[in-house]
Design a protein. Structure first.
Length: 695
């Protein structure tokens, strides 16, 4: 790392596209920094001057009538960043913000959730949370804490362990007891590390910082050494606090940096306070390579640099998500854009456990919701439904919401007849001979299923069959429960052979009763731009009975495309091929939810035709293919025979004329090879290569 103008940033890397942890990125960040020029640093008895709107602030009129500017001598007060207020005595305003404590936020309802705490500046009863394995059922814990907190006398009351005994909460009558207990956080009890949080954590942190800075300021040499160190580590908006233990300035002054095993807890607050005094416009701080086990020692960053944009904790010893809590939260570091946790056990262990970084990134972004870049990789966009005024303006004020339930939906009579024929044949074979379905699936089709189980209280409700056995569905692909990447991959079946043998045949035998239209609902429409042309999306809701007599409800979605005339499906009389098939199996819930409701604003509609039974013949279906345009003239250089083959390929595949010519040219004008090539490259063919979809 080159000090004072160098471009190398030791331990922090990244591109200009993925983060601000680059020389160019820091340069860009500095142009939008907070404040103006740098203030002159005061030292010893000398006065700290102002420099072009810099950070040095007037501490207010002292009682003796003398105004002081900047830092003077050992008795100087370090002002808070961002225009921190001072009272008439010159003391720093520590804030008086309080939020109400909610009993519904007590820890332990979810082992993975961060404990929610609030701040308190009052001496009313405060809540203390102790978190650790089995602490909720250990009768000797409070006696242990009372002994360790001596000389403070601890008088706990209203003890409440959480459901899984992983934490316990209790009340203490005053701030002094809460502070004494907070100081024990991280102590080991019966070999296990315990974490202690209180509803006065913010006040404890502030008072600790104030006391620590006051004690250290008694030594002019110490505070001057810290100022000198901070100045040597600052460059154009970037504060490089990496590997502080080997810094010659700190070693010469015998100052142990934040996070040192034998260092003082409050030294981190002093460092941050001095840094905020000298360089409040800082946008990027790196704490890389400091052997930090938690962020507790430097948690005062949230107070002195609340608008920091980029933080790096690369190459430290942070091993638990709870160690991040001191800085995490929706109300802290609201401007934070980039966070680096590379080369920490917290990341490496989680990836080794889950085989990927999905869970790790999810938990970190939940704790730091504003970050856009994590470990030099952009965070995925958050899913939002920002319809805003568009949705409200598109909805008539008189429309009843929620909209009434409707019956079956088909976008055209042709779609209806084709879909009803397809579903009737499909479910008939699904119930009787699943092996025969192999040729209904495309060679690259996909199939998966998931299960949705209702709570036991719902399953045993009136009118609901007992449905508590799911052992027949071991391959369910429920991504909210499956975290292992290999299992996620193995439960989606690709190709017609794998779909039938690995996906369909292992499922229990079933009977779908399609003769009662009130128990089946179907929505289907042609896709215009979602997929290559000539596809229909189908959603079916219904119920079936297993061979053991148990009933299940299901939702099933298909995407189907026309079967090429030369395909095995067409040879067996199928008009369609299945491209995707997704099945959701649910605890039986009946069909009341989708029974049509009357809409008072419109006249009664004509009833939708019933689903045909397996013995019914559906209406005649128009030709599925999108045929060539008879008026199409041959392209220049194309003879009559080639023109005819191009039109034949159009008929078989749905390609438009120019792309049909291009395809046949690539296969020496072999129509059969052209059809195979189209099927092979279907996913890569652009949208404009297809004819307008017509079923």
């Amino acid at each position: 790392m080159q000090r004072g103008g160098g471009s190398s940033v030791g331990g922090v890397t990244g591109s200009q596209e993925t983060g601000l942890f680059t020389a160019a990125g820091r340069s860009r960040a500095a142009t939008g920094g907070i404040g103006g020029g740098h203030g002159g640093g005061g030292g010893g008895g000398g006065g700290g001057g102002r420099g072009g709107g810099g950070p040095m602030r007037d501490n207010g009129r002292k009682r003796g009538g003398k105004r002081s500017s900047g830092l003077r001598g050992s008795g100087a007060h370090l002002p808070a960043p961002g225009g921190g207020r001072s009272d008439r005595d010159g003391d720093m305003d520590m804030g008086d913000k309080k939020t109400n404590f909610s009993p519904y936020q007590r820890p332990g309802r979810n082992r993975n959730d961060a404990v929610v705490t609030t701040d308190s500046n009052s001496n009313d009863a405060l809540v203390v949370f102790v978190i650790g394995k089995g602490v909720g059922s250990d009768a000797g814990l409070l006696d242990f804490l009372s002994r360790k907190a001596s000389p403070a006398k601890i008088t706990p009351s209203n003890k409440k362990p959480n459901a899984d005994r992983s934490s316990i909460s209790f009340h203490v009558p005053n701030f002094q007891q809460a502070s004494a207990l907070k100081a024990l956080s991280g102590i080991r009890y019966k070999g296990q590390k315990i974490i202690i949080k209180t509803t006065a954590d913010q006040r404890i942190l502030e008072e600790s910082a104030q006391k620590g800075s006051s004690s250290m300021e008694q030594s002019t040499g110490t505070i001057d050494a810290i100022r000198s160190f901070i100045r040597s580590r600052y460059n154009n908006g970037f504060l490089d606090l990496e590997n502080m233990a080997v810094d010659p300035t700190l070693r010469a002054a015998a100052i142990l940096p934040p996070g040192s095993a034998k260092g003082k807890f409050d030294v981190g607050a002093v460092f941050m306070k001095v840094a905020a005094e000298l360089f409040p416009e800082t946008t990027t701080i790196s704490f890389a390579s400091n052997k930090l086990r938690s962020l507790r020692a430097i948690a005062s960053v949230t107070r002195f640099f609340p608008n920091i944009q980029n933080l790096s904790f690369k190459n430290n010893l942070i091993s638990n998500f709870r160690d991040l809590e001191m800085m995490g939260g929706a109300k802290k570091l609201t401007m934070l854009r980039e966070l680096i946790l590379l080369d920490n056990p917290i990341r490496d262990q989680d990836i080794a456990k889950n085989k990927d970084d999905i869970e790790y990134r999810s938990r970190v972004t939940k704790m730091f919701p504003t970050i856009q870049v994590l470990d030099q990789i952009p965070v995925g966009p958050k899913i939002t439904f920002g319809l805003g005024d568009v949705a409200s303006s598109a909805t008539p004020a008189t429309q009843r919401l929620p909209a009434p339930v409707r019956g079956n939906f088909f976008d055209s009579p042709g779609t209806e007849s084709l879909v009803l024929e397809f579903l009737t044949s499909f479910f008939q074979l699904f119930d009787s001979d699943r092996s025969a379905l192999e040729h209904m699936y495309d060679n690259s089709a996909t199939f998966s299923y998931s299960t949705v189980r209702a709570p036991a209280t719902v399953q045993k409700g009136k009118g609901r069959p007992n449905d508590d056995s799911w052992v027949d569905y071991p391959q369910g692909r429920n991504l909210s429960r499956i975290k292992d990447l290999k299992q996620r991959t193995n439960t989606i079946h690709v190709g017609n052979d794998a779909i039938v043998k690995q996906g369909l045949l292992p499922l229990p035998k079933t009977t779908h009763n399609l003769s009662d239209a009130s128990k089946v609902r179907v929505d289907a429409w042609q896709t215009g731009t979602l997929l290559p042309a000539i596809c229909i999306y189908i959603m079916v809701h219904g119920e079936f009975t297993q061979s053991n007599g148990k009933q299940k409800s299901f939702d099933r979605s298909f995407i189907i495309a026309p079967a090429p005339p030369t395909s095995q499906a067409a040879a067996r009389g199928w008009k369609c091929l299945i491209i995707t098939d997704q099945l959701t199996i649910r605890t039986y819930g009946g069909s009341d939810a989708w029974q049509p409701e009357p809409d008072p604003s419109t006249p009664a509609a004509t009833p939708t035709p019933n689903m045909p039974t397996p013995n019914m013949q559906p209406p005649a279906t128009p030709n599925v293919g999108a045929g060539p345009d008879p008026s199409q003239t041959p392209m220049p250089g194309i003879n009559a025979e080639q023109h005819a083959k191009a039109q034949e390929l159009q008929q078989l595949t749905g390609l438009n004329y120019p792309y049909s010519v291009q395809c046949l040219t690539a296969v020496a004008w072999d129509v059969t090879a052209g059809v195979a090539l189209v099927n092979q490259e279907r996913a890569n063919i652009p949208q404009d290569a297809w004819q307008k979809p017509r079923f």
